[in-house]
Ligand binder design. Structure first.
Ligand code: NAP
Length: 250
């Protein structure tokens, strides 16, 4: 098997019904992985399956990532690849205007659920010397007006990536963060509608296609990327683009 193949590997992708998650499911399965993805509704799963190429080994499971009992049934059997992609941007608003409960809900989805999935999957990932990819963001390292919940949650997730690498890297688990750039998805539509900060003012035409982070993450899951384990990577980095097979940015 080549260093870039994922044949025989079992992957779970959270939030695979649309946007970046759907592109990750497509790219992992194109490299030969067997992929199970989650989304909250059966309807959104069926729409995603219809958009994917036929003949791949892909299944969608209706599951809210915050429901750890249900996630446990999904992660009981050992897997080789876990991609924590499911995420929410809201609540968007200045700190003086936010409800604490809404803020906590962001962290429940973006931080606690990702950690929960890692915790549940780790015994199998250690056994199979597997891979974890957490969807990071430039917002993990740069405060953005109106995004206190999102920025702090992504910062926490970036530290979780490093902690997993510290404790489980020596056991053979490769953990990565990947900031996917500014990608044309429903999340960016919600950001544009908010009008609160410079990201929300970006014209849609300047956003990148979801296929790019999909390809980059599928490559990260291969042995070819093993030397980058433990890093929080940015898809805009020219060296990273080159190694993961993406075109240079203009
Ligand atoms: N787009 C960007 O420019 C950008 C930039 C930096 C980082 N990111 C990160 O990349 C990831 C994907 O973003 P995206 O732009 O593709 O978002 P999106 O278009 O809003 O899609 C979000 C996905 O997450 C799923 N999801 C949300 N909450 C969920 C929950 N509680 N349980 C299960 N699934 C849930 C959604 O599925 P259903 O609604 O069907 O359940 C959907 O598949 C996120 O972690 C985001 O923070 C995105």
């Amino acid at each position: 098997m080549s260093d870039k193949s994922l044949h025989g590997q079992r992957a779970v992708v959270t939030g695979g019904s649309r946007g970046i998650g759907l592109a990750i499911v497509d790219a992992l399965s194109a490299r030969g992985a067997e992929v199970v993805f989650t989304a909250r509704s059966r309807e959104s799963i069926d729409t995603a399956i219809a958009a994917l190429p036929e003949g791949r080994n892909i299944a969608g499971i209706a599951c809210d990532v915050t429901d750890l009992d249900r996630m446990k049934t999904l992660l009981d059997d050992p897997i080789d690849i876990l991609v924590n992609n499911a995420g929410v941007i809201g609540p968007i608003g200045r700190i003086t205007e936010l409800e604490v409960a809404d803020w906590a809900e962001n962290h429940r989805v973006n931080v606690l659920s990702a950690f929960g999935a890692i915790r549940l999957a780790l015994p199998g990932l250690i056994q199979r010397k597997g891979v974890i990819v957490n969807l990071s963001s430039g917002a993990a390292f740069n405060p953005m007006e109106g995004w206190s919940a999102y920025c702090s949650g992504k910062a926490a997730l970036a530290m979780i990536t490093r902690c997993v690498h510290l404790e489980c890297g020596p056991l053979g688990v490769r953990a990565f963060g990947l900031a996917p750039g500014l990608v044309d998805t429903d999340m960016q539509a919600a950001i544009r509608a908010s009008g609160i900060n410079p990201i929300s003012a970006l014209p849609r035409e300047t956003l990148r296609p979801a296929v790019e982070p999909g390809q980059a993450i599928a490559w990260l899951c291969t042995q070819d990327a093993a030397d980058l384990a433990g890093r929080d990577l940015d898809i805009r980095d020219p060296d990273f683009r080159n190694r993961s097979g993406l075109e240079p940015l203009e």
